[in-house]
Design a protein around this ligand. Structure first.
Ligand code: NAP
Length: 323
């Protein structure tokens, strides 16, 4: 049987948390690369990655990881990308493609590009896929299937390198789109960063309410609050970096959000049911649109399993008398 050709001979993964370990699992499952070498900042994560067997080799330093690699993907918090680029710059193989997975692109381009040698291709990327879990155990090979991966190559990047990275992501199941870093940051500010900020806010507000005890907040969290808690459980370091790195776009979107929430506040105060109904009907249609294009499940309550009805008989005083 003839061997399926691989896209890259050697993939180096710097950072093997949720995203890096998912890339490793998916690339291995799809035979996208000849071999995978991985590293992480802490000995504990490196040990765990070796135990999981998701990379062919686990090395101790970022410099050792990129040695001889023809694709390097940096999957670490965006605030740390500049320092890592500086560290790996002198060790990169000529012609290698250097990419990342950061949720903000303008800052990554600004921080990494100056440290990368001219003889490599820099193609930043953002797989728009994730969960609220972190670390190498949280990853899974199917994470990117039918999700978008946005590439933001700086002007003048070799189109062949961009296409090769796009082919890699398609092989992992993703749909690929290319856009300018600033545009990416504006779009993601509204679709991802602002919703996370709202979730972090509302969960914190509920937690601080003195009139409602903490146990009641937890006990009755089956309403909309529960869905916010899932998002608000996302990694604190990652999200701290996202807000600091995408400050301008987030502040712009937050300004608009504040105006809209003021309008809804006014509608409630004025008993303007029509305004509320019109707004909620518009947002319901947006949810339907997301389901229609296959970006989420149509299952009610996100497909959560619901327990069976209790089997117990009616207690004595209420049970109908048997003839
Ligand atoms: P994660 O599960 O927390 O893993 C982070 C990885 O980065 C770990 O291997 C960690 O090493 C390493 N790391 C942390 N701080 C570092 C530093 N200062 N220098 C070098 N390495 C460091 O995070 P993740 O969810 O995979 O996110 C990685 C990147 O993907 C982030 O830029 C994030 O914005 C982006 N992203 C995340 C999601 C998501 O939903 N989670 C989705 C799309 C994109 P140790 O374990 O040894 O500390």
């Amino acid at each position: 049987m003839s061997k399926i050709p691989t896209l890259f001979n050697r993939l180096a993964l710097i950072g093997t948390g949720l995203i890096g370990s998912s890339i490793a699992r998916a690339a291995k499952a799809q035979g996208a690369t000849g071999s995978i070498v991985a590293t992480a900042r802490s000995p504990a994560t490196r040990k765990r990655v070796a135990e999981l067997g998701i990379a062919d080799q686990v090395v101790e330093t970022n410099a050792a990881a990129v040695e001889g690699a023809d694709l390097v993907i940096v999957s670490i918090p965006v605030g740390a990308c500049g320092a890592v680029a500086k560290e790996i710059g002198p060790h990169l193989k000529p012609g290698a493609i250097v990419s990342d997975a950061g949720s903000v692109k303008g800052s990554v381009v600004r921080d990494m590009a100056p440290h990368l040698p001219k003889h490599v291709h820099f193609v930043p990327a953002h797989p728009v896929a994730g969960t609220e879990y972190s670390g190498p155990d949280a990853g899974f090979a199917e994470l990117f299937v039918n999700r978008w991966c946005i590439l933001t190559p700086p002007a003048g990047t070799d189109p062949k390198a961009v296409e090769k990275l796009a082919a890699f992501w398609r092989l992992l199941g993703a749909n690929v789109e290319t856009m300018a870093p600033d545009h990416h940051d504006l779009v993601l500010a509204v679709t991802s960063h602002l919703p996370h900020l709202i979730a972090y806010t509302i969960v914190g507000t509920a937690d601080e309410l003195e009139t409602v005890t903490r146990s009641e907040v937890l006990k009755f969290s089956a309403g909309g609050f529960r869905d916010f808690t899932r998002i608000a459980a996302s990694d604190p370091t990652m999200w701290r970096d996202v807000f600091l790195a995408n400050k301008d776009a987030v502040l712009e979107m937050l300004g608009r959000f504040n105006e809209d929430i003021s309008a809804l506040t006014k509608a409630i105060r004025r008993d303007d049911g029509q305004a509320l109904h019109e707004h909620f009907a518009r947002t319901r249609a947006i949810r339907k649109g997301i389901v229609d294009i296959g970006q989420d499940s149509a299952a009610p309550d996100f497909g959560r399993p619901h327990p069976d009805l209790p089997h117990s008989a009616l207690p004595k005083p209420y049970a109908a008398e048997e003839d």
